[in-house]
Design a protein around this ligand. Structure first.
Ligand code: G3I
Length: 324
């Protein structure tokens, strides 16, 4: 029977993908075999390995061992690759985040980082998350060393221009969470795309991370409406980090059915949006997830349970893809 990436491609998407956990893939053979199956996952994204603290922990010293795990897996398995992420306030080494910079000095730091990291992966990335999470949950610009140093948003078009120069053939994305609710944060993200375009800088896509909650996930048409606010600006969209967590564990059996409905609404909203090009889940098994470490007592957000059995959510996703 056909599995997720095959179904997604038949439904007109470019891929159905997953984040790859760098430690899980080297320590867990079952995990490694599922993540390598290109009929299930046609695309990989490193969960942590290409972030600034992984690639340039010390200024000017570039290390690619962790990021290469995903790039090499993708190559070996015939999978695509999303590359994540360049300019982000988090997992940023303190030599960047805690220093006081002039605009010129921080520009040089961004240029060196973007040029070296994108240069290393040149030709291998379908897309790059150039700027990540630049909008706060309240809809204001998110505070960061970048926003502060530039005294505003000029670092955003700058990052996209530097990225274009470093690898002209990859899709350049802005990526953020909570865009699904179509509130103040979504409005600000729309403004971000417009300001990059107005500056004459290149932007090709917007990633909806999709870190959602069972029972509070918007419906299929609301998801499509939010996505289409961006495609109307001429950029593509994708779900880039989808997971839908239970707000409290243990959850009743009925909540696992609701979780499946929520997944179907998200994937369905993408299918209803021309130029929504793919869906990536942020891991696939409840055995490994960032959620319990961040939201204590929550989780079970993924498509496979901790014993690698496919959940109701897996069946819902496969059904909505097959129905397209
Ligand atoms: O690698 C170190 C290890 O050396 C150290 O011993 C250990 C002790 O805490 O930490 C390890 O680093 C952890 C890293 O994951 C790798 O496992 C960090 O503490 C931990 O904070 C980090 O969490 C990641 C998180 O981003 C950081 O913000 C999660 O795995 C990752 O799933 C999560 O992913 C983000 C996306 O990049 C952006 N969108 C939101 C998403 C979820 O937070």
């Amino acid at each position: 029977s056909a599995v997720l990436n095959d179904l997604a491609v038949r439904a007109g998407l470019k891929y159905f993908g997953t984040a790859l956990g760098e430690s899980a893939v080297s320590s867990d053979a079952t995990y490694a075999s599922i993540v390598s199956d290109n009929t299930e996952f046609g695309q990989l994204v490193p969960e942590n390995g290409m972030k600034w603290e992984s690639t340039e922990r010390t200024q000017g010293v570039f290390t690619f061992a962790s990021g290469d795990i995903s790039a090499n897996q993708a190559k070996k398995n015939g999978q695509g690759l999303r590359c994540h992420t360049l300019v982000w306030h988090s997992q940023l080494p303190s030599w960047v985040s805690s220093a006081t910079w002039t605009v010129d000095a921080l520009t040089a730091v961004m240029e060196a980082h973007i040029t070296n990291v994108m240069g290393h992966y040149k030709g291998q990335c379908y897309s790059w998350d150039v700027v990540n999470e630049a909008v706060g949950d309240d809809g204001n610009w998110r505070s960061s060393v970048f926003l502060t140093t530039f005294n505003g948003t000029d670092y955003i078009p700058l990052a996209f221009n530097l990225a274009k120069a470093a690898d002209p053939d990859t899709k350049l994305y802005f990526n953020d969470y909570n865009l699904e609710y179509n509130g103040a944060k979504t409005d600000r993200a729309v403004e971000l795309v417009k300001l990059v375009q107005a500056a004459g800088a290149p932007i090709d896509g917007v990633g909806f991370q999709g870190h959602l909650i069972v029972g509070s996930t918007p419906g299929r048409s609301s998801i499509a409406t939010a996505l289409q606010r961006f495609t109307a600006l001429g950029v593509e969209v994708a779900f880039t980090e989808l997971d839908i967590r239970h707000g409290s564990l243990p959850a009743p059996a009925s909540a696992y059915v609701t979780q499946g409905d929520d997944y179907a609404n998200v994937v369905g909203g993408c299918l209803d949006t021309p130029n929504c090009i793919g869906v990536t889940v942020w891991g696939f098994t409840d055995k490994y997830s960032w959620i319990p470490g961040t939201f204590s007592g929550q989780g079970d957000a993924l498509l496979y349970d901790a014993d690698f059995n496919r959940k109701a959510a897996w069946t819902s996703v496969s059904s909505v893809l097959a129905a397209k």
